[in-house]
Design a protein around this ligand. Structure first.
Ligand code: XIL
Length: 299
């Protein structure tokens, strides 16, 4: 059985991977996508600099392609990502007026999430908004709107697709242990925002790990999952990954009842954004690596 089939037998929703048109069009890669993974996350095609590079001119070609491919093959899609300081066009980062930035966020979120209403299970509505100290990271969004951009973004997302689970996604929150400032800070802020009625359904932990950090995932993910209705590991890759790191990381989600799934950030090592560090589950020749077989056997 595939790792996705095993995940479903354990009561989870999916075991997924990042993908996009270029990877889907590569024959061998497509076969592995179809065979092993139950959910696709657009690696780049959903980001602001692709979707709305200039104001009001929307480009959904590559994201449509991914969503259509998933639908035709009965696969799920996680939407990634609407509000993020990176891969953000200059016309957005130079806005310095509250009313303008508010309506720009609302229009962008509404257009992107609304287009796929009913077809995308989760949205990473906001990505990477925290500092390592667990405070708000400096960005055009926090500078101009303070915390208010969280409510603005999530309320627009909820209105655009009432069925999608709305996620706040972050990196470096499961690597360092449950007392790490960013982990405790994110948990505190998200709990406060949910209590204040902001429609956040889930916390996403990216999990771009270094070898040896797998041991820290269970406790830190548990701390994050405790404050939201659901949670997920959203972008797993592990530098010079040992089998143990992969097992510890994936098992952490399996063992937490409201952790709904795991997404790895690509299929083949050579296609990874961390390509030189063998971080994924398939090698250059499209062979499943020992970590994949170990997961299938151990989970
Ligand atoms: C990465 C992609 O994998 C690369 O192709 C791109 O050049 C840069 O972005 N955190 C995220 C992802 O939320 O969107 C990033 O993806 C990796 C870090």
């Amino acid at each position: 059985p595939s790792i996705d089939a095993i995940f479903k037998s354990l009561g989870k929703q999916f075991f997924g991977t990042a993908a996009d048109r270029n990877l889907i069009n590569n024959g061998r890669n497509q076969e592995i996508l179809l065979h092993n993974f139950g959910q696709y996350t657009p690696e780049n095609s959903g980001k602001w600099d692709t979707v709305e590079r200039s104001q009001g001119n929307f480009n959904f070609g590559d994201l449509d392609f991914l969503v259509d491919f998933a639908q035709r093959n009965n696969k799920l899609v996680r939407g990634h990502t609407t509000v993020w300081h990176s891969q953000l066009p200059g016309w957005v980062s130079s806005i310095n007026n509250r009313a303008t930035l508010t309506s720009v966020i609302q229009r962008h979120v509404t257009a992107e999430i609304g287009r796929y209403a009913g077809k995308i299970i989760h949205w990473d509505v906001i990505n990477e908004m925290f500092s390592e100290q667990g405070t708000l990271r400096d960005s055009v969004f926090s500078r101009v709107l303070g915390e208010d951009f969280v409510r603005i973004s999530f309320e627009a997302a909820r209105a655009a697709d009432p069925q999608a689970k709305l996620y706040i996604n972050e990196y470096n929150t499961v690597e360092k242990g449950s007392n790490y400032a960013k982990t405790t800070g994110m948990a505190r802020y998200v709990a406060k925002w949910i209590a204040a009625g902001i429609p956040i359904d889930g916390i996403g932990a990216q999990a771009h790990l270094m070898a040896g950090e797998g041991r820290n995932v269970a406790a830190s993910l548990k701390a994050l999952c405790a404050v939201a209705p659901e949670c997920a590991l959203t972008e797993v890759d592990i530098v010079n990954a040992g089998t143990t790191d992969y097992i510890q990381t994936v098992k952490a989600c399996v063992d937490i009842p409201n952790c709904v799934g795991v997404t790895v950030w690509g299929v083949r090592d050579s296609d990874s954004w961390r390509a030189n560090n063998n971080p994924l589950l398939f090698n250059y020749n499209y062979d499943a690596k020992p970590a994949y077989s170990a997961l299938v056997q151990t989970l």
